[in-house]
Ligand binder design. Structure first.
Ligand code: NAP
Length: 314
């Protein structure tokens, strides 16, 4: 008798995102009926980053599909930090804008602390990315706050998939302000025992392998191999890494794989931080693409509706 290798349950981020959107839709309708206008997201896009163009287009398309408005302001690559701050102030002061999104990265010419300054300037009540220090502080204190979209979406997915969080050991690899740190905080608030790892963590695979819930937010393709994963663990792959080397794609996914076929069609593929071999060890795993990515946009819309409702309620 041949024994098939185990395959982790696929955690479908696209389906979870559709659920989130379905929950938002009636709230958009109710807000629109009461306010006489749709919730509106102000977006600042500065520079020529091709990835940012795609992200912004998707965010606008998704908000329009839910009956929400968006207002895109563009700045050129050579625009100054003062130009960006002026647009943020205009959005802050506007009665018609409920949420503000500044697409990262800002052009390098704006200076190394430009994003920090821009996030600091966003009115906390309109800070739908949850990056303003007021919202970060409120999140840490477990007070109601607009929380960063990617980790909020992951929490929604874990609940939807009935993954036990309270009492679980959770390991988050990555300590960025947008993913790693808020992820750890949200898991902690739900009574997980949380460890945050980073590039200086000693014996990382062993630490990661203690996790019932392992979140990889690193930005290195296929970095998390099977030795990082406790058998049966839930693995959340946040990484989005573009591969444009055919040999690397073939080595990772195999000669007859769908990824390689996609590469041959498009000349590149996107893959996560988790190695494909992890599917034979983990109990549940998010795919890339189709895992965390769709959740992030759905949560951005959820935060925008929430900001709009809170403003209407005064
Ligand atoms: P980031 O700011 O670059 O942070 C990466 C983190 O990984 C850092 O804390 C870094 O540690 C850690 N790291 C790097 N190399 C490591 C190593 N060898 N061992 C252990 N830790 C290591 O990245 P980010 O913004 O959090 O994003 C992470 C990934 O998620 C990226 O691929 C990004 O594209 C993706 N992402 C996806 C979504 C989505 O919607 N799907 C949203 C956001 C981000 P140090 O702090 O020590 O340097």
């Amino acid at each position: 008798m041949t024994v098939e290798p185990a395959t982790a349950r696929r955690l479908d981020g696209a389906a979870a995102a559709a659920d989130i959107r379905a929950r938002i839709r009636p709230r958009v309708e109710a807000f629109t009926a009461r306010a006489g206008r749709a919730p509106k997201l102000g977006i600042l896009l500065a520079g020529n980053d091709p990835g940012s163009e795609i992200y912004v287009r998707n965010k606008m398309k998704n908000s329009a599909e839910l009956g929400m408005d968006s207002d895109l302001r563009r700045l050129t690559e050579s625009a100054s930090l003062a130009d960006a701050l002026a647009i943020v102030r205009e959005f802050n002061d506007s009665d018609a804008h409920d949420g503000i999104l500044v697409q990262s990265p800002l052009p390098a010419g704006m200076g190394s602390d430009a994003e920090q300054q821009v996030f600091d300037a966003i009115a906390p009540g309109k800070d739908v990315d949850g990056f303003n220090p007021a919202n970060v502080g409120r999140l840490v204190q477990k007070r109601p706050a607009l929380a960063p979209c990617t980790p909020s979406g992951i929490m929604d997915l874990l609940d939807r998939e009935k993954i036990a969080i309270s009492g679980a050991r959770a390991v988050v690899i990555g300590r960025s302000d947008i993913v790693g740190k808020p992820m750890a905080m949200l898991l902690l608030h739900r009574n997980a025992t949380v460890t945050i790892c980073h590039s200086r963590t000693v014996n990382l695979p062993a630490v990661a392998a203690s996790a019932d819930i392992l979140v990889a937010a690193i930005g290195r393709a296929a970095f998390v191999t099977r030795d990082f994963v406790k058998p049966g663990a839930t693995v959340i792959d946040v990484g989005m890494n573009r591969l444009d080397d055919r040999e690397q794609v073939e080595a990772l996914f195999g000669a007859g794989s769908r990824k390689l076929a996609a590469f041959d069609k498009r000349g590149s593929v996107v893959t996560g931080d988790v190695h494909p071999e992890v599917t034979s060890v983990a109990g549940a795993l998010t795919p890339v693409p189709g895992g965390v990515g769709p959740l992030t946009i759905a949560m951005l819309l959820a935060n925008t509706v929430r900001a709009a409702e809170d403003r209407l309620a005064g």
